[in-house]
Design a protein around this ligand. Structure first.
Ligand code: OOG
Ligand code: NI
Length: 464
């Protein structure tokens, strides 16, 4: 009997969701095809350099998903389910303020945390929880009805949760239960067929289309699955050429001559999907909802806290310049700001302590003395490889939510919002949520320590 290990369960789960989503949203299949073409083209053009931020095997299989749940209890169940796939909560995102329209959620991402696990399969799921206790969005009465509705539904049945617990405890499952586990876990994220209470859905939609999507139906579903490409500008043009209208621009950093940092994303709206609605007079009739869409991303280098503050300052600078200039696009202005502020190569990023790398000794040098790491890299004794950014950006995430909404909804800023932070969400999730940069820093530092050991040298320290 074969044993299916945690990472294999994760890889199968990602694939099964992808197959399922392709049948539900046909444009997704086109997106995956075009992504594969773009990546093959990039490999041909760039050769070995193409794989600096991840092997082509990893990138081809790579997806992130997005799901939304309605309560702390459901969030806790998601955490226990994903633990069986070796996916743990990383990062806290508060989208309630990041969005200009009404997006009443706080989020984290479940993903593998070790470099080896990420290399085997990096599947991650951006998971948002409805903040039905936030008075800026929900009156006391509506908040109570939302909690009642959510409390009366079951997203993940007892058999599924039992299999998840077994897989977590044993580090995997035997073939038979593994298949059952994957099938049940995938089914939990299919679009439900049950008729939707029309009045209830519309009442929530007045407040926020996100609230209606989460709490207006009796199930959850994959909101999107995002493949990764090596050249998002090529992807954007290729999709347009196939007649798929993309959103106006690529979110996040601009494409420029220097190193790609963090994350660039773009998306297109899915078509209307037919659903059944139950009307107040008891009649059941078809209607349309537009809740899902396609998204694609290109990943760059992970930034240190210093690099991240520089990024945030650059974004603020782009906004400032845009407010006084009507002649230029956001991407044009961003390219300008990037050129003025960001080092043009990886060495510059390292010297200013802006980004994370893994270092490896590949030669020998005079030992028992102190070296500067850049000298060793220059001499070909040490190789530095960028650490890829595995997380998300709150502003892009808010943009993704917004591009998906039918109306702006309502947020009453006279009320005081409920406090949520990484500590409160950790309590809800049931396990400490890690800060992304701590994971990158640990990897960076461990590789430097290994270089010192291997070469028998010490290094002059750089600040990170
Ligand atoms: C999640 C939006 C965030 C991303 O890639 O930033 C996201 C959602 O729409 O549920 O997926
Ligand atoms: Ni996404």
């Amino acid at each position: 009997m074969t044993f299916v290990h945690t990472w294999q369960l994760r890889a199968r789960f990602a694939q099964a969701l992808s197959d399922m989503y392709g049948t539900e949203v046909p444009a997704y299949t086109t997106l995956v095809e075009v992504s594969e073409e773009v990546n093959a083209r990039y490999m041909d053009a760039m050769g070995e350099d193409a794989e600096r931020l991840g092997s082509i095997e990893r990138v081809t299989a790579e997806r992130h998903g997005a799901i939304r749940v309605g309560s702390p209890e459901e969030m806790g169940q998601v955490a226990r389910l994903f633990a069986a796939f070796g996916m743990y909560p990383v990062g806290f995102y508060d989208l309630r303020d990041a969005a200009s329209s009404s997006v009443p959620v706080v989020s984290t991402a479940f993903r593998p945390v070790d470099a080896e696990e990420l290399a085997k399969n990096p599947f991650r799921v951006f998971t948002s929880m409805l903040t039905s206790d936030d008075p800026r969005f929900f009156s006391a009465d509506l908040s109570r009805r939302v909690r009642e509705f959510i409390g009366s539904r079951t997203l993940f049945d007892a058999e599924l949760m039992a299999l998840a617990e077994r897989a977590t405890a044993a580090g995997g499952l035997e073939e038979q239960p593994a298949q059952e586990f994957i099938a049940r876990a995938t089914a939990a994220f299919e679009l439900g067929e049950e008729a939707i209470d029309h009045a209830w859905y519309r009442e929530l939609e007045e407040i926020s289309a996100v609230a209606a999507d989460i709490a207006g139906v009796r199930g959850t579903h994959i909101n999107h699955l995002t493949p990764r490409v090596l050249d998002i500008d090529d992807l954007y043009q290729s999709m347009q050429a196939r007649g798929i209208t993309m959103i106006d621009e690529i979110q996040g950093p601009p494409g420029w001559e220097g190193p790609d940092i963090l994350l660039r994303q773009t998306s297109f709206r899915a078509l209307d999907e037919q659903r059944l609605f139950r009307h107040p007079d008891g009649e059941i009739a078809p209607g349309f909802l537009r809740v899902r869409f396609g998204e694609v991303e290109q990943r760059g280098i992970a930034l240190t806290p210093a690099g991240r503050s520089l990024y945030d300052e650059m974004i603020a600078e782009v906004d400032r310049r845009l407010s006084t200039r009507s002649d230029a696009t956001r991407v044009e202005v961003a390219t300008e700001v990037w050129e003025e502020n960001l080092p043009r190569d990886e060495r510059g990023l390292r010297e200013r302590g802006l980004a994370y790398f893994t270092f490896r000794a590949v030669g020998t040098c005079e030992s028992d003395r102190q070296w500067d790491i850049e000298e060793l890299i220059e001499a070909g004794v040490v190789r530095a490889e960028p650490i890829v950014y595995e997380d998300f950006l709150p502003r892009s995430a808010a943009g993704i939510f917004q591009s998906n909404l039918t109306g702006a909804g309502q947020r009453n800023d006279d009320e005081r919002g409920t406090d949520y932070d990484i500590a409160t969400l950790s309590e809800i999730v049931g396990t400490p949520i890690r800060e992304p940069w701590e994971l990158y820093a640990a990897q960076h530092d461990a590789s430097l320590a290994a270089v010192c050991r291997d070469l028998g040298v010490s290094l002059t320290t750089h600040t990170n």
